[in-house]
Design a protein. Structure first.
Length: 72
């Protein structure tokens, strides 16, 4: 499991041309420490992207119900 350090986050922020306070950098790093493990679980070894909901589109799921057409 890779761990992105606060210094890594600082480099990315600088490359993006952002000027953030130490508190803001801390918040971003803290948030990333929660997101990173989730991404590693999702992208785990042997897992394909194909069943991911972002890759599935069902047009019938977006058909309007009869009462969706009535004005509110």
């Amino acid at each position: 499991m890779t761990k992105t350090s606060r210094e890594d986050i600082e480099v990315l922020i600088r490359r993006a041309g952002l000027s953030l306070s130490a508190a803001q950098l801390d918040q971003i790093h803290d948030g990333w420490t929660k997101v990173e493990p989730m991404l590693e679980r999702i992208r785990g070894e042997g897992r394909s992207d194909s069943p991911a909901p972002a890759h599935i589109f069902r047009a019938d799921a977006f058909e309007r119900a009869a009462d969706d057409t009535k004005p509110r």
